[in-house]
Design a protein around this ligand. Structure first.
Ligand code: HQG
Length: 181
């Protein structure tokens, strides 16, 4: 896959596995949000644009993605995070002391007042390192990195979930635990 095709396929797979599986005739597992990779391939084949791809192309998207958006386990594939459709369940876990959230100058003041909210998705996205936080924040304007006192928040009752590859999720994080990094 060339870079452009790789990006397009990755975005399309995100749409199918995170946001509107039913639009493509997919039904995702209610617990982990996965479906058989063969079904995803079948659904892709129904799209003229993707009618000639093979399972190797899907595997390439999964492997090439630095953020590891997708996960293949055995015969099944899922988006690891980012869902707005059915809520994927994650095991609750004890977070590190500090986590980071990348956002932009427009949103930051409101977050510092209202706290971090999941907005259109099911969870707030946080990361262990600055790198993924920066990638997330830069998508919508001038980057602001927020540090979140995750361990303190966890002791205060905020539930955190680990989605793998340094990505943490939370239902919502009150403003008192967020500050500009
Ligand atoms: C902001 C991408 C105002 C929040 C990324 C963000 C990530 C508030 C936006 C993953 C707010 C939601 C998730 C509040 C939060 N007031 N704005 N109270 N609380 N916000 O896309 O974290 O490439 O749903 O700061 O890289 O940006 O798709 O969340 O700007 O990993 O794999 O509301 O998606 O990964 O935006 O991104 P999103 P996110 P992929």
């Amino acid at each position: 896959l060339d870079k452009e095709k790789y990006t397009k396929l990755s975005k399309f797979m995100s749409k199918m596995l995170r946001h509107s599986p039913e639009e493509f005739g997919l039904s995702l597992d209610p617990v982990d949000g996965s479906c058989p990779t063969s079904e995803l391939l079948g659904a892709l084949h129904k799209q003229t644009k993707w009618s000639d791809i093979g399972v190797g192309d899907i595997e390439e998207v999964v492997e090439r993605c630095e953020k590891q958006r997708f996960e293949i386990k055995g015969e099944r594939i899922r988006a690891r995070y980012g869902h707005s459709h059915d809520k994927v369940g994650y095991p609750a876990a004890a977070p590190p002391t500090v986590l980071y959230h990348g956002t932009n100058v427009q949103a930051a003041p409101s977050i510092l007042k209202q706290g971090l909210r999941s907005m259109q998705r099911h969870y707030v996205h946080l990361s262990e390192g600055l790198h993924f936080a920066a990638l997330a924040g830069k998508r919508r304007g001038e980057l602001v990195i927020l540090a979140v006192e995750a361990e303190k928040a966890s002791h205060a009752g905020v539930v955190f979930y680990y989605a793998g590859n340094e990505v943490w999720l939370a239902d919502r994080v009150p403003a008192q635990f967020c500050y500009v990094y």
